[in-house]
Design a protein around this ligand. Structure first.
Ligand SMILES: N[C@@H](CCC[C@H](N)C(=O)O)C(=O)O
Length: 295
């Protein structure tokens, strides 16, 4: 944050199903956010504490988003808590939309958000109600137990994985009990590592009833979190295919309830393959960052 050295800088804190974010308004793209500064902001003891950072920049002011500026005024510059950059964050997109509404930069209703995974459409309900994000279509790779099988191991167990792309990479494993993967203090081991050259978010899933699942997630760049929106969408699609639903073939949409440790998301796969995720988005605080944290 070189251009603001010495000046306390405004921030907000928000969460979506307890996936929490430091929000940094930077409309004109003036800030430099090196990974070490992001990691300090996200530090839960020595910083503000969060799973990631949402920098709010006008698309026209950001080199990665300029091409999307005609379609989406605002770019979500998302960073994981370790400082790494990710293509997309589903819970973050809901919180980003809520921030724009609260700041008076957009009205409740429809808006477009530029992300590294492309433009995503959002709908903000009035009076602090839920936010829906059209997350794009899932990219489904070889099925679990397919020929080029991928596995994930944790706490002495190994499971086959369904590889799903939601703009970012996911490995979905159906387990018997959500306690089976253990404490997830370390990243679960995915094999072959070459299946995910950019790293991976891993979801462990159990069934709770018809079109109702629950998950735990270990996020790339953040560790175990209380929720992951892209992960919940990846899980929804993997569960739908396992259960014999494919809206593009069936000609009917399908909706799943996805429980996460921090709450619940409703996720629909439409007949055109688009996945819509609906859930809460809450701003809990705002303040000023001490310049000492930024150097
Ligand atoms: N929590 C997010 C996903 C954030 C990015 C992820 N850790 C990655 O590196 O791909 C969500 O809600 O989708």
């Amino acid at each position: 944050m070189s251009s603001t050295a010495g000046v306390p800088f405004p921030f907000l804190k928000g969460h979506g199903t307890e996936n929490d974010f430091v929000i940094i308004p930077d409309p004109d793209g003036e800030l430099d956010l090196p990974p070490a500064v992001v990691a300090r902001l996200c530090d839960r003891r020595a910083g503000i504490g969060a799973d990631g950072v949402l920098r709010v920049v006008r698309s026209a002011a950001h080199p990665e988003a300029k091409a999307m500026a005609a379609e989406a005024e605002w770019f979500m510059d998302y960073r994981n808590s370790d400082g790494s950059v990710a293509e997309m964050c589903g819970n973050g997109a809901r919180v980003f939309a809520r921030y724009l509404e609260r700041a008076g930069l957009v009205e409740p209703g429809d808006l477009a958000i530029a992300t590294r995974a492309g433009v995503r459409r959002a709908h903000i309900a009035k009076n602090g109600g839920p936010v829906t994000i059209a997350m794009g279509a899932a990219e489904l790779h070889t099925s679990a137990r397919g020929a080029d099988e991928i596995t994930v191991s944790a706490a002495g167990h190994t499971w086959p994985v369904r590889k799903v792309g939601m703009g970012n990479p996911h490995a979905v494993a159906f387990v018997t009990d959500l306690a089976d993967p253990g404490p997830l203090q370390e990243a679960p081991v995915v094999r072959p590592a070459a299946a995910y050259p950019e790293g991976v978010n891993v979801e462990f899933v159990v069934s709770r009833g018809p079109r109702h699942v629950a998950l735990r997630v270990h996020e790339r760049g953040a560790g175990e979190t209380r929720s992951c929106g892209t992960g919940a969408c990846a899980v929804m699609v993997a569960a739908a295919r396992r259960d014999g639903h494919d809206p593009r073939q069936d000609g009917a949409p399908v909706t799943y309830t996805v429980e996460v440790p921090g709450g619940q998301l409703e996720i629909t796969e439409r007949t055109d393959g688009e996945i819509e995720m609906t859930g809460p988005a809450v701003i809990v605080a705002e303040g000023r960052i001490d310049p000492g944290l930024l150097v």
